[in-house]
Design a protein around this ligand. Structure first.
Ligand SMILES: NC(=O)c1ccc[n+]([C@@H]2O[C@H](COP(=O)([O-])OP(=O)(O)OC[C@H]3O[C@@H](n4cnc5c(N)ncnc54)[C@H](OP(=O)(O)O)[C@@H]3O)[C@@H](O)[C@H]2O)c1
Length: 211
């Protein structure tokens, strides 16, 4: 698939783009095309573009953008009707020393879907730290995907599986994106409170646990 990673110059975007480049064509998207081209040099065969250029070129668009900048990035990207859109965006705040989801209700992914009519929007990759993707071989992890319809899930799952060791798990329709996004503050709090580095999501069934 031709995948544009908006925010592909950032911590998460850069490593997701690199991992996806094993099996997909990649465009790094940046507000600054020159910065995008510079970042693309680190990923063989990829190109660097501004947001509208990358979004137009792509079949699938990953948003790896800080939540406060997400709406502006979506506006700049332009018409994404008919395209697959994956939000890795986590709206977060720190309150009383604890990470929390920062929206009163709903999710970043649903907000994105409202802004992008005709796009097939999913949330995915939210709960895994970029540190896992920096390694050449990613650890066995579960990637939770919320989206409307199994067909779109299958498309996202295909992308997830293009990165060895990742298991896509269906978390339900896009209305469940809030639940998926809320796991991120949970794992950050768990890491902080228990002195472990960057915990992430891996679910086990009894059979697997017994092995
Ligand atoms: N870091 C992680 O481990 C991780 C894991 C899972 C999910 N996420 C999610 O991924 C998103 C990006 O996180 P990140 O840690 O990669 O952030 P980051 O390192 O700060 O990178 C974000 C990128 O977004 C772009 N951007 C566009 N508008 C921006 C603005 N107004 N201000 C700042 N940057 C802007 C920037 O690219 P240009 O300046 O080139 O346009 C920047 O490279 C967040 O929603 C986060 O919750 C992160």
């Amino acid at each position: 698939m031709k995948v544009a990673v908006l925010g592909g110059t950032g911590r998460m975007g850069r490593v997701i783009a690199k991992q996806l480049s094993r099996k997909n064509e990649i465009a790094i998207g940046s507000r600054d095309a020159a910065r995008a081209r510079e970042a693309a040099k680190g990923i063989g065969g990829s190109e660097g573009m501004d947001y509208p250029g990358a979004a137009k070129w792509a079949e699938g668009v990953v948003f790896a953008i800080p939540y406060p900048a997400m709406k502006e990035a979506a506006r700049t990207a332009g018409d994404l009707a008919g395209k697959l859109v994956i939000s890795a965006v986590n709206p977060m705040k720190v309150e009383g020393g604890m990470f929390r989801h920062s929206m009163e209700e709903g999710s970043a992914a649903e907000e994105l879907a409202r802004m992008l009519p005709g796009a097939r929007v999913a949330t995915a990759f939210n709960n895994v730290s970029s540190l896992f993707f920096e390694r050449e071989a990613v650890a066995p992890l579960d990637i939770l995907i919320a989206t409307d319809g199994r067909k779109t899930f299958d498309e996202v799952a295909g992308l997830v599986k293009s990165i060895p060791n990742l298991r896509p798990l269906y978390a339900g329709p896009l209305s469940e994106a809030r639940t998926v996004e809320m796991i991120t503050p949970l794992v950050l709090n768990l890491s902080k409170l228990n002195g472990t580095k960057s915990l992430s999501t891996r679910f086990v069934s009894p059979g697997e646990a017994a092995r």
